[in-house]
Ligand binder design. Structure first.
Ligand SMILES: [Zn+2]
Length: 120
C-alpha cells in the first residue's frame, strides 16, 4: 500500500472516530441536566429497575466510548508506524498485510491469519 494512501485512510479513520467520540461525549453532557431537572422528589419515585437500566445504558455508552478511544489510539500508533516505515506489516510474522484489509481496517496490526488467531 502506498504511504500517502495509507496516511489518507488513517486520517479519515481518525476523523471518523474523533467525531464519534465527540458525539458520545456530547450525549454524556446532555445526561446531566436531565438528572438535575428530575429533582430529588422524582428521584425517590424512580423504580429501582429504571435506575438499573439507566446504569446499564451508561455502562454501555461508556464501553463504546472506551472502544472508540482504543481505536483512536490504534490509528495514532499506525501513523507512528507509517513514519517509521513499518506500517502494513504483521506484528507477529512480519509479512505485508493485504491492501484490501488495510483499506478496510487502516490501523490493522496483524495479517488476516494472525488476527484470526488473536480473536479465537
Ligand atoms: Zn501474521
Amino acid at each position: 500500500m502506498d504511504d500517502e494512501i495509507a496516511r489518507r485512510h488513517l486520517a479519515d479513520e481518525h476523523d471518523r472516530l474523533a467525531r464519534l467520540r465527540a458525539a458520545l461525549e456530547d450525549e454524556h453532557l446532555h445526561d446531566e441536566p436531565e438528572e438535575d431537572s428530575s429533582g430529588e422528589l422524582s428521584h425517590a419515585d424512580q423504580h429501582p429497575a429504571d435506575a438499573a437500566s439507566d446504569a446499564f445504558e451508561r455502562e454501555k455508552e461508556f464501553s463504546i466510548l472506551e472502544q472508540v478511544e482504543a481505536e483512536l489510539a490504534e490509528v495514532d500508533r499506525a501513523l507512528e508506524r507509517l513514519d517509521r516505515g513499518t506500517y502494513g506489516r504483521c506484528d507477529v510474522c512480519g509479512e505485508a498485510i493485504a491492501d484490501d484489509r488495510l483499506a478496510t481496517v487502516p490501523a490493522a496490526r496483524l495479517c488476516v491469519q494472525h488476527q484470526g488467531d488473536a480473536e479465537t
